[in-house]
Design a protein around this ligand. Structure first.
Ligand SMILES: Cc1cc2nc3c(=O)[nH]c(=O)nc-3n(C[C@H](O)[C@H](O)[C@H](O)COP(=O)(O)OP(=O)(O)OC[C@H]3O[C@@H](n4cnc5c(N)ncnc54)[C@H](O)[C@@H]3O)c2cc1C
Length: 440
């Protein structure tokens, strides 16, 4: 009689793939998608369940489209950040600690806070977001993924005259950069949102605003990938590597070893730790954010909305509504701060006073994988012929992942990349990252 498999022992890998993708968040899944389209056999390993709360791709507000392409590092942000440090409900916080990796990251962040770098970063990110939007439009035009993608534009609202005037001043440059942003005439906000009662000074509208409903989009994409022949192994963690002859030869996981021809590290904020196991340094910091999902109240908005000065995003999800915000550089501490959650809820109530009572269904925190200059790390890494990384997508990873996956497929297959990859080089901060440990 054949031996029965022992319960809870994970099934071994069936075969060694052409490409192993480490990480089943939005970036890893889009790498797998484009690698498979390129005709390669692909395996994804994910430490938790795909679409599970351990992943930053789980509980975010899912904004895609052209909005939000300005890097976090822009002129004036350091001064504003210092003012916010003293406010326990503010949208930004750094937990001061003697962590060399954090100091090194902050030093590069501060250097990137200038007009020239912010503009250059914006150009790269808008281009990537436009390409990603095209991919999403095609992928979600019908079938399983269509209900998880909505492209009806988005609103940016401002409570104060100064905030609104500052936003209006930025419109011409934003439009010149390729983003269809416009100032709404008085009355237009009510036409677009007849049921929502906004208490704001003014609003802008981006017709290329769109959003993904997560985690449904992730689980749907995983189903699509399995249908295409991609093997996805959940609850499987990469724990080490074997190298030799300028190659990654072996990847050790909790399910056994694999010897893929190519390896892609797409492990979100954990990519730094993963790559360090190969002696590759990545200047990444986890930037914690929160989302609060509530039962959709009467008088909630129909479109996704950014609450400008409060830095809170709001996304309608059918019978639910989600608010997302805050950026905390506090290491890998997933604790939810009650005061910051209250700060988000208070911000929502000041912009939308009609939403006084909300029934909270879930409060979640996730780590945005942030590079100092706001650009992802995409490309060959270290001195290995067969290692690539795809991480560092920061606060806009949902909107950058589709094209990031295609760029990784172009790198792996040797096809000329569709955009200049120089600004995205994983090694652009030099080798120091390798020696600095990211503190937990
Ligand atoms: C509150 C909030 C709101 C946000 N809103 C938006 C938004 O509106 N629009 C937008 O574009 N972006 C948004 N973001 C950012 C976006 O969520 C991230 O940029 C994106 O999810 C990063 O995707 P990723 O695949 O790189 O990382 P992740 O989604 O974190 O995926 C990495 C995966 O790798 C796995 N992993 C790690 N180590 C290992 C290992 N050793 N072995 C196997 N698996 C491993 C992890 O379990 C994880 O699932 C938001 C983020 C937050 C926190």
């Amino acid at each position: 009689m054949p031996a029965m498999p022992a319960p809870n022992v994970p099934a071994p890998f069936r075969h060694d793939p052409d490409v192993l993708v480490i990480g089943g968040g939005i970036v890893g899944l889009f790498c797998a998608y484009h690698l498979r389209l390129a005709g390669l056999s692909v395996t994804v390993v994910e430490r938790g369940p795909v679409g599970g709360p351990q992943s930053c791709s789980y509980g975010n507000t899912g904004f895609v489209g052209t909005q939000g392409a300005l890097p976090l590092a822009e002129p004036g942000v350091m001064a504003q950040g210092l003012r916010w440090l003293l406010d326990p409900e503010s949208p930004f916080h750094i937990r001061p600690r003697p962590d060399p990796a954090l100091l090194w990251w902050l030093w590069h962040f501060r250097r990137a806070c200038n007009e020239r770098d912010a503009r250059a970063g914006f150009r790269v990110l808008v281009d990537m977001k436009k390409r990603s939007l095209d991919i999403l439009r095609e992928l979600c035009s019908s079938g399983d993924l269509a209900p998880a993608f909505t492209a009806q534009g988005m609103l940016l609202t401002y409570r104060t005259r100064q905030g609104f005037e500052k936003a209006c001043r930025s419109v011409p440059a934003t439009v010149a950069g390729g983003v269809p942003l416009r100032v709404l005439e008085p009355g237009e906000l009510r036409e677009l949102e007849p049921d929502a009662e906004f208490d704001v000074h003014g609003a802008l509208y981006n017709e290329e605003g769109a959003y993904l409903r997560v985690p449904e989009f992730l689980t749907g994409l995983a189903r699509t990938l399995r249908g295409m022949g991609v093997e996805i192994h959940e609850r499987t963690e990469v724990v080490g590597f074997g190298t030799g002859g300028g190659e990654v030869r072996r990847v050790r996981t909790t399910r056994g070893d694999l010897t893929p021809a190519e390896t892609v590290v797409a492990a979100g904020t954990w990519s730094a730790e993963c790559a360090r196991g190969l002696g590759v340094g990545l200047n990444l910091q986890p930037a914690k954010g929160y989302s609060i999902t509530v039962k959709a109240p009467a008088g909630g908005p129909r479109l996704p909305v950014l609450l400008g000065e409060g830095k809170v995003a709001l996304v309608p999800l059918g019978d639910r509504l989600r608010f997302g915000g805050t950026l905390e550089l506090s290491g890998m501490d997933a604790t939810v701060s009650r005061r910051r959650v209250d700060g988000i809820l208070r911000t929502v109530r000041t912009y939308l006073p009609g939403m006084e009572r909300t029934e909270i269904l879930e409060t979640w925190s996730g780590f945005r994988p942030c590079s100092p200059d706001g650009l992802p790390f995409l490309g060959r890494a270290g001195s290995y012929r067969n290692l690539s990384v795809a991480c560092g997508h920061g606060h806009i990873g949902m909107g950058l992942a589709p094209v990031s996956g295609r760029l990784i497929a172009q790198i792996v297959t040797g096809e000329p990349p569709e955009i200049d990859l120089a600004p995205l080089r994983p090694g652009r901060y030099g080798g120091l990252a390798r020696r600095l440990r990211l503190r937990r």
